[in-house]
Structure formats: C-alpha cells, structure tokens
Design a protein around this ligand. Structure first.
Ligand code: NDP
Length: 474
C-alpha cells in the first residue's frame, strides 16, 4: 500500500504513554516507528509521555526522543517535521514503579485523554502493572497496548485477558503483532481474495502442503535476556507465524472490517492443531559455534546471558493441520530459526500436480509453488510452459513481483492502528489464547524431553534433513 492510498484516519488518541521508556523495544523499534509515522504527518496533535524507573531521568528521555526524531526529519513532510519538533519539545517523563498500587493511575489522571498506554515492559511487569490498576479509575477511552509474549501458555493468556477486560473493553486492547502490518496483511488478503486464478485453489483440492519459514542468518545478537526464556517456538511460531498461517488459510471475510477479519482469523486458528503427536510433528535444535556472515559465532550455550540448562531452542519446526473442509489433509509446516546460512522468510504454497498431464509431455517432475516473501513482500509464481526448442519438453518459468509496501516501519503501522483506535490488525483476546492452545502440547513435550534437542553449526543449513538451504521444497 503506498502512502497516498493509506486513509488519513487522523489521531483519536491524544496521548501516547510509553511505559518502559529506557527499554530496548522503546529505543530500537517503538520510537523510530513513531518518528516515521509523525514524519508522514499522519498522527497530528499527539502528545508523547514516557515513564520508567528512577535510574532514567527526564533529560535521558528527552535525549532519546530528540536523537530518534532528528534522524526522521530528512524524509518528513512539512507538517510532519513541525509535529516532530512540537512533540519532542513537549514530551514529559515520569519516574514511577508501575507495579505499585496507585502510581500509574495517578500519572494517567494528569495526562490529556484519550490515552494509549504502551506496555513496553517485561511481560511479568506488565501483568503486575495491570493487576495493580483498579477498574473504574482509568480515564475514559484509555487504550492498552500489550506486547508479545502475551502470557506464557493458554492458561496464563486467559488470566491476563481476564485482568485486562476488567479494566478496559476488548476493543480498547491492542495486542501487538508487528507482522500484522497493514502492507503484509492486505497483500495476502488482496492476493487471495481479489484474484479468480488464486482464490479457488487455496484449498486441499489443489494444495499439497504449505510451509511458512522464518530462517534468520542473525544469531542471538546479545538478546539472551529475552530470547533464552522464549526460544524459537514461543518467539516466532506461537505469534507471528501462526498469524501468517491464519491469513493464508482463513475463509474470505464479507468485509475488511475489524469484526469480519478478526472473526475469520480466530475461526481458522480454532480449527488448527498439531498434526500428530508432538514427537512426530515437531523438531527443535540449537546452534553450535560456527561462522555466519563472515563472523565467528560462539556456541549458543556459551553466549552471554544464556543458561544452558534451560535447553532453549534456536530452531523450531512444527507440522500443523487445519481441521476444516477447506484444508483437511494438508500439512502446514512452520519453521523459525537463528544463525542459519541462508535468510529465508517466506510462505511456500506447493500445488498438487494436474489431475492428468497429457501423455507425451516430459521435462518437469517437481511441483509448482507460489512463494510469498515477507519484508520486503514479494511474490513468485511457478508456471510450466512449453520450451522454445522441443515443444514436448516443459520449462519452468517463475513470475516475480515486488508487492507494494508502506513507507512506515512495522511499529509505525502498529501505532497507526493504535492511535486511530482501529484494532483490526491487533490480535484479539480469544485468538491470543488459541495460539497458545496450538503450541502448548509441543512445549510440554519439549519440557519433558520427548523430542531431542538437535544441534547445528551456526551459518550452516541446520541439522540433517531440515530444508533450510533456501532451495525449492520438493
Ligand atoms: P527491556 O528490559 O529492555 O526494558 C524494560 C523496561 O521496563 C525498562 O525501561 C525498565 O526500566 C522498565 N521497567 C521494568 N520494571 C519496571 C517497573 N516496575 N516500573 C517501571 N518501569 C519498569 O525490555 P524490552 O524493551 O526488550 O521488552 C519490552 C517488551 O517488549 C517485552 O514484553 C518484550 O517481550 C517485548 N518485545 C521486545 C522486543 C525487542 O526487540 N526488545 C521485540 C518484540 C517484543 P529500568 O530499566 O529503568 O528499570
């Protein structure tokens, strides 16, 4: 979606309050996303406030905001540029313990509303902060923005949902999944539902298997504090890749309205479960020392901050099934991993062969695929055509396109939805619980060591038998 075609929704939220002002997410993703959004002029009239512990001062916050906003000015519209200046000059910082009863609600009472409260806090702190809030004490129209991971299993996600809906209505809760950026979501929905040649073939009648890969060539990048508690399954598959799966398998909604889209996403995830037993439908591995992108990568277990006893996986694969008439019998393979030789971020839809290939044709004996790449969003569709020489021999051609994308960073897209009060692209509470329900059996089996933890050298193709080398799946 290009900038001109993005509806100017205006900003209904008056103040964005960032809890965790000194944190990594705020500095690396949230403020740059906000700056790009402001620079485009699409969030006029917003106020920004930060909050965090006493170790971080108002001067630190101002410096953080100034630095990030200054670097967004080069691409800013005239209106965006003055917004960046105005917000940077007026932003405030409060030091508080968000988990202490009364502290957060006292701060909220001083800010112009409606307020979007962004919980850029460790998950356990977010939970305690919400538990410390009292229903009825929040200013009218307060929105909550919750980061991933949302809970740590289906039970804790349900408990967190119950805590939240005591405080604000479900429509005011934005559970962030930055993979659900408008560009990627609408590209998948447009591709599937606006094309007669594709819409009917997204079913078990035509699709042999679907794979969703998120292979990274990056290793831990000093993020043990978060990642060693999460691992590849929780970090990527439970959240982002299941959302992509839902977009690729949902039935067509009647409209692109919030309720239609999220009902259909929720419905297909409710039909989704592990294909067999966790032991025969999942694999896990972690990287050993190796060379990635010309750099020496140490053994995962000896990376700074890693507790080897946790047995955290850096590569995970799960085979799922979707139990409905559209998809019965089709395997869905979801994989995410770090420190792999080839970065491969794509969904691969592998089609069945035609019911009968006329006798006489020769040449190609592996199936055609549709590949949808993520970030940048791309498309590759295989077709078999007659070769120019021997007309009985088929040649594989691949149609390629770069799909339109937005000028916003993923967190700018997240914030655009939040600030305009549109939860369409955030994860609904029931869906967040479903995503845990799908992976919980695998996590339990791994915790009980029912599935071996394999090993692969960093920078390589992964353990034997894993198709992580970027070639076409056969
Ligand atoms: P950090 O540990 O870097 O930051 C946490 C922030 O919370 C710090 O600013 C810290 O302040 C503040 N904080 C902790 N306890 C309190 C308290 N009691 N009262 C007030 N402030 C408190 O975490 P991240 O930024 O990495 O992660 C934040 C959230 O975002 C997590 O849920 C994470 O899973 C999620 N996330 C992070 C990503 C990332 O790339 N970092 C990516 C996707 C999601 P201080 O240090 O001053 O105590």
């Amino acid at each position: 979606m290009d900038m001109e075609s993005v509806p100017d929704t205006g900003s209904q939220v008056r103040t964005l309050l960032v809890l965790g002002a000194s944190g990594d997410l705020t500095g690396r993703l949230l403020l740059p996303g906000l700056a790009r959004l402001l620079a485009s002029g699409r969030a006029p009239g917003l106020m920004l406030a930060g909050a965090g512990s006493a170790d971080f001062t108002p001067a630190d916050w101002h410096q953080r905001v100034d630095t990030v906003f200054a670097s967004a000015k080069s691409g800013a519209t005239p209106q965006g540029s003055s917004e960046l200046d105005r917000i940077a000059a007026n932003t405030s910082y409060s030091s508080l313990d968000v988990t202490a009863p009364g502290e957060l609600s006292r701060l909220l009472a001083t800010l112009p509303g409606p307020i979007a409260v962004y919980f850029a806090l460790p998950p356990a702190v977010s939970q305690r902060a919400c538990e410390a809030l009292v229903p009825g004490e929040l200013p009218e129209g307060t929105l909550f923005v919750m980061e991933k991971p949302f809970g740590s299993d289906a039970v804790s996600a349900r408990a967190l949902n119950q805590t939240l809906v005591r405080l604000v209505p479900e429509a005011n809760i934005h559970r962030v999944d930055h993979f659900l950026g408008k560009g990627t979501v609408f590209n998948i929905l447009g591709l599937r539902f606006a094309n007669r040649i594709l819409e009917p073939v997204f079913s078990a009648d035509h699709v042999a298997k679907m794979e969703i890969f998120y292979d990274e060539d990056l290793a831990l990048e000093d993020r043990a504090g978060y990642y060693d508690h999460a691992g590849a399954l929780r970090d990527m598959i439970q959240s982002h890749l299941l959302q992509i799966l839902a977009l690729l398998t949902m039935n067509a909604p009647a409209t692109l309205g919030e309720r239609d889209v999220r009902d259909h996403l929720g419905s297909v995830l409710r039909a989704t479960s592990v294909a067999g037993t966790p032991a025969d439908s999942s694999r896990r591995a972690r990287y050993a020392a190796g060379t990635s992108q010309g750099r020496q990568v140490p053994d995962y277990a000896s990376e700074r901050g890693v507790d080897p006893a946790r047995g955290t996986e850096t590569l995970a694969e799960v085979t799922l099934k979707v139990n409905n008439s559209r998809w019965a019998g089709v395997p869905f393979i979801l994989r995410a991993g770090k420190a792999l030789g080839v970065a491969r971020k794509e969904a691969v839809i592998t089609f069945k062969p035609v019911a009968h290939l006329p006798d006489g044709f020769k040449g190609i004996d592996f199936p055609t695929t549709l590949r949808i790449g993520f970030g940048p969003d791309t498309l590759q569709l295989d077709l078999d055509v007659n070769s120019p020489g021997d007309l009985f021999t088929l040649d594989r051609v691949t149609l390629e396109a770069e799909l339109s994308s937005t000028d916003l960073l993923p967190y700018g897209e997240v914030l655009l939805g939040v600030l305009s009060g549109d939860p369409t692209l955030s994860v609904r509470g029931d869906t967040a619980e479903e995503c845990w329900r799908i992976v919980d059996p695998v996590l339990a089996a791994w915790a009980a060591d029912e599935v071996p933890l394999e090993e692969y050298p960093a920078g390589g193709p992964g353990p034997a038998g894993w198709d992580t080398n970027g070639t076409a799946p056969q």
